[in-house]
Each structure stands twice: as structure tokens, then as C-alpha cells.
Design a protein around this ligand. Structure first.
Ligand code: MG
Length: 171
């Protein structure tokens, strides 16, 4: 049985993770992105609140730890997660990171959505996410683009997001 010190010495100083998620959009549903509800005629079709950006971020955190994907930990067949606020899922992923001796260095998230415009909401999203990650707002990057009317995003049928995360061993 290795000692705790030995386990710590064996830990990598950094771990990188990548996450991705995609959801269909339908009229009459809520549009949750980055922990906030955005006024829109269409929202995500999902088992949870459908927060695409937080799902990609969760997937990146789990990926950095090689713990599988979001569906492994929060299955969409479970009533426990029906309609759940994705901020709770994110906090559970952050707990998994911290339980393993890591903290979140920084995250960079890319969202693709045709409309509405996301830029006016980006700072509110960063202010919502940073405390959940126990990070400074300067460590949370959120970018968004349209798809210039091309493909499922461009036609307004769906939204997707990807996230890159860096974990650092806590000093
Ligand atoms: Mg999802």
C-alpha cells in the first residue's frame, strides 16, 4: 500500500481534458447556456436542463481525469438527473477533480449557435462559472460563433460546444 506522499509524488503536475456536447433545439423549450437562461424562441432538447456549455465543460473535466464522459456519471435514463440544473453536475465534476488533488488552471470553451447573439451574455456566464470552478474569472474563456447559415447549427436545428481544460496539482 503506497503512502499518501508516494501517491502525490506519482501524480502528473498537469492534466489536459477535452469535452464536447451537442443538442437539438426546439421551439418552446428553455435555452440554458453557461449557467444562465437566455431569452429565445428555441431551447435545448435534453433530459437535464440541457446546458450545452456546462455539459461540454463537465466532459472536459472528466476527460482530464480519464473518468469517462458525462453520460457515464449522469445517465439520461436516471430520474435523479431529470430536469437537473447542470450547475449541480458541474459542481460534482469539480469535486471529483479536487478529491484527486487537482485544481482547475483554466478553461477555454467554444460555443456554436446561430441565434440569439451570445456575446452580450458572455460575462454573466463567466461570472457564474468561475466560482463553481473555484477559479478567477480570468481563467474562464467563453467564445461563440455562428455557422454562417451552414449545417445543423446554421439552420437553427442545434447547438454544440467544446471545451478544453487544464488541471494543476494543488500546491
Ligand atoms: Mg448534453
Amino acid at each position: 500500500m503506497p503512502s499518501l506522499i508516494r501517491i502525490f509524488a506519482d501524480m502528473k503536475k498537469f492534466r489536459i481534458g477535452y469535452g464536447y456536447d451537442v443538442h437539438r433545439l426546439e421551439e418552446g423549450r428553455d435555452l440554458w447556456i453557461g449557467g444562465i437562461k437566455i431569452c429565445s424562441d428555441k431551447g435545448e432538447v435534453a433530459h437535464s436542463d440541457g446546458d450545452i456549455l456546462l455539459h461540454a465543460l463537465c466532459d472536459g473535466l472528466l476527460g482530464a481525469l480519464a473518468l469517462g464522459d458525462i453520460g457515464t456519471h449522469f445517465p439520461d435514463t436516471s430520474d435523479e438527473f431529470k430536469g437537473i440544473d447542470s450547475k449541480k453536475l458541474l459542481s460534482k465534476c469539480v469535486d471529483m477533480v479536487e478529491e484527486r488533488g487537482y485544481g482547475i488552471g483554466n478553461v477555454d470553451i467554444m460555443l456554436r449557435l446561430e441565434r440569439p447573439k451570445i456575446k452580450p451574455h458572455v460575462n454573466a456566464m463567466r461570472q457564474t462559472i468561475a466560482p463553481l470552478l473555484h477559479c478567477d474569472i480570468g481563467d474562464v474563456s467563453i467564445k461563440a460563433t455562428t455557422c454562417e447559415a451552414m449545417g445543423f447549427v446554421g439552420h437553427g436545428d442545434g447547438v454544440d460546444a467544446s471545451a478544453v481544460v487544464l488541471l494543476e496539482v494543488k500546491e
